[in-house]
Design a protein around this ligand. Structure first.
Ligand SMILES: CC(C)[C@H](C(=O)O)[C@@H](O)C(=O)O
Ligand code: SF4
Length: 464
């Protein structure tokens, strides 16, 4: 039977098939952070178990880290404890640890790829739902629970039933101002947040083939927001070019042999999928969300949908609009905003800062807007400085913060106040996600930049 990319990677990692049960599945790379690993290590200790392959696990601190004054001790005792636990556990078991202040520190899904820990054909897990990001490299990457983190630490395997397969094709060319984030928000708006539940998605078609690695990461990152277990894109020259010479990428003959293998990781022509969807690039415009889940998104020039035209119940829909303080049929353009957040594992990479700078250059931040610009890693921060982006944003009245998850989920001090509107490049707009009572409008870095300089929801195409 012809195999898909997903089948090839999955099947080559099955250690044992259990009749009528899940597969015992080998994990190549395991990332850990301070939120979901402490309890797993506690479990290991209680059962007197060891870490089987410490060299396959990589720790970085990101969720609870402050984004200013990182050289000072962390004030919040809960955060300080979590960070200390990650450091102590990593040291005890011989796991590489990029803690606060380390030059490689940053958001787990940003530092993994930029250091070449992520690679095509790999199986990658982390106790974190946005592990799907790494699928951009043609890896099978997904989030796991804390008990599975313990399982991976002790056995380097987990038990997994093989998910169903979906292929999403987007063909044609994206218009001006339309970014990978818009492609993803568009797909989620069509599928809803549960449209891909139970599936593993392969993204295919010209749009993804022509996308940069960072764009592919943005798309795969958001797979989880439509319910998918993960999403992946076949590796190609763009992938190999990105990974070549990364600190932990293979070198010399080993690299050449790996690339030769990675080139075989393509879906065969007559492979079949349980579900297949096709969209047109020309139908996608810059997107923005107006509600309290990532599926509640529209093209920026559209009006908020009428309750009678949406699936999923009128009452829930109205409750969501109430929370946002919005009315059906209102335009999104021109709505006043208070905060802008540029960052997260969705859009906290150098291309996102370049995009933001391309709009704010020569303009000024709107007076009433508070903007938090948070690089995904120190490497991103260094590039922002080296490329002159820091100068551009500083002249435009913005301040650059230090790396971390920050206001994406507000586990540190970066909380959007109750009732305030934030245009955010992150991935979730749930009630209170960015701080109790906060209201989130998910969008691309271009839309965020346009809102930052005008103070209202603005079509970035008018400013490009
Ligand atoms: C804290 C962590 C478990 C969580 C996740 O799994 O995704 C977080 O990263 C998020 O984005 O909500
Ligand atoms: S940046 Fe946001 S989505 Fe990504 S890992 Fe951190 S909290 Fe989760």
């Amino acid at each position: 039977m012809s195999k898909s990319l997903f089948d090839k990677v999955w099947d080559s990692h099955v250690v044992r098939k259990i009749e009528g049960g899940p597969d015992v599945f080998f994990i190549d790379r395991h990332f850990i952070h301070e939120v979901t690993s402490p309890v797993a290590f506690l479990g290991l200790k209680n059962r007197g178990l060891n870490v089987l392959f410490p060299e396959r696990t990589f720790a970085t601190a990101d969720h609870n880290t402050p984004t200013i004054n990182q050289h000072l001790p962390v004030e919040d005792p809960l955060s300080a404890n979590q960070l200390k636990a990650l450091e102590d556990n990593s040291n005890e078991y011989g796991i590489s640890h990029w803690g606060l202040g380390h030059k490689k520190n940053g958001i787990v899904h940003v530092v993994g790829p930029e250091n070449g820990i992520t690679f095509p054909g790999a199986t990658i897990v982390c106790g974190d739902s946005h592990t799907s990001t790494h699928g951009a490299f043609g890896a099978i990457a997904f989030g796991i629970g804390t008990s599975e983190v313990e399982m991976v630490l002790s056995t380097q395997c987990i038990m997994q039933p093989k998910p169903k397969k979906m292929r999403i094709n987007v063909n044609g060319q994206l218009g001006k101002g339309v970014t990978p984030k818009d492609v993803a928000l568009y797909i989620i708006s069509k599928l809803t947040t549960s449209g891909a539940t139970g599936y593993f998605v392969e993204y295919a078609g010209d749009v993804f083939e022509n996308m940069t690695m960072e764009g592919r990461m943005t798309v795969c990152n958001l797979s989880i927001e439509m319910g998918a277990r993960g999403g992946m894109i076949a590796p190609d020259e763009t992938t190999f070019e990105y990974l070549k010479d990364k600190p932990l990428s293979l070198k010399g003959d080993a690299w050449d042999a790996a690339v030769a293998h990675w080139k075989t990781l393509k879906t065969e022509a007559d492979a079949t999928f349980d579900k297949e969807l096709t969209f047109l690039a020309s139908d996608i415009e810059p997107m923005i969300t107006y509600g309290t889940n990532p599926g509640m998104g529209i093209g920026i020039s559209n009006n908020i949908p009428d309750a009678n035209t949406v699936d999923g119940g009128v009452a829930t829909y109205k409750k969501s609009l109430d929370y946002m303080g919005y009315e059906e049929n209102d335009p999104m353009l021109g709505k006043k905003i208070d905060y802008v957040f540029l960052g997260s594992c969705t859009n906290g990479r150098i291309e996102d800062f370049r995009a933001f700078a391309s709009i704010v250059e020569g303009k000024q931040k709107a007076d009433h807007v508070t903007a938090w610009l948070v690089p995904g890693s120190h490497e991103v921060e260094d590039k922002i400085k080296a490329e002159g982006i820091l100068d551009i944003i500083t002249k435009a009245g913005f301040v650059l913060r230090q790396p971390g998850c920050s206001a994406c989920l507000a586990m540190n001090d970066d909380k959007i106040p109750a009732g305030k509107y934030a245009v955010s490049t992150s991935n979730r707009n749930f009630e209170g996600r960015q701080g109790p009572g906060s209201r989130t409008l998910l969008a691309s870095p271009l839309v965020a930049a346009a809102a930052a300089v005008t103070g209202v929801v603005t079509d970035p195409r008018d400013l490009l």
